[in-house]
Design a protein around this ligand. Structure first.
Ligand code: ZN
Length: 199
């Protein structure tokens, strides 16, 4: 027997979330239907509708903020000559929580994947190079996943920066091969930062 259309629709929406398959999406949909109170559904609806509008992306580094100015770019205590490249704004939080890093960020719009239509334009290289020149950046730390896509993206960035007087280092130490940065625990990530190597 098929689900009523509204339930089916909700199930399909939940499957858009990462790691949520059909079975889990069905559990979520029925949980909303059976257990959630009206007020909770309304709250969910409101938050979902507002989240994209209430968060802005810093035009300089790509970090998310709900304030008028970016908390990272605004912080004059941070080093200006050290720049860390991450694949998404979410990873900035993981790195900040290690408390090992006090430089600037450059957030990519993902990792290179020509088959999925993600080419060089997602890297924002012109902006990265402009910041390297303007701020006299000495080192670019490439903090990308240790996967095929992460490796390919890191290598590409390194090659593009070869003509600039900047060291390019990469987190390597302690990060298991094939792992996504978001699943690496804080301690391992902190050690990886300290043990970053020029490549
Ligand atoms: Zn910023």
């Amino acid at each position: 027997m098929k689900y009523p259309q509204a339930i089916e629709h909700l199930v399909r929406l939940f499957t858009k979330l990462p790691g949520v398959g059909r079975r889990t999406a069905e559990r979520y949909a029925f949980d909303v239907l059976i257990r959630w109170k009206e007020a909770e559904v309304s709250e969910f609806q409101e938050v979902l509708a507002q989240v994209k509008n209430s968060i802005t992306t810093c035009g300089q580094c790509g970090v998310f903020t709900d304030a008028a100015e970016c908390p990272i770019c605004l912080d004059r205590q941070r080093r200006q000559d050290l720049l860390c490249v991450v694949a998404s704004a979410r990873e900035v939080y993981s790195l900040e929580n290690t408390k090992e890093y006090r430089g600037q960020y450059h957030v990519l719009q993902g990792l290179l994947s020509p088959l999925d239509g993600r080419g060089e334009e997602i890297l924002g290289l012109a902006k990265l190079i402009r910041r390297i020149e303007e701020n006299d950046v000495k080192e670019v730390v490439v903090a990308l996943d240790s996967t095929l896509e992460g490796d390919a993206t890191a290598l590409f960035i390194k090659q593009k920066l070869e003509d600039y007087p900047v060291k390019v280092s990469r987190l390597a130490f302690g990060i298991p091969l094939g792992s996504a940065l978001e699943y690496v625990d804080g301690g391992t990530l902190a050690r990886a930062f300290v043990g970053r190597a020029i490549f």
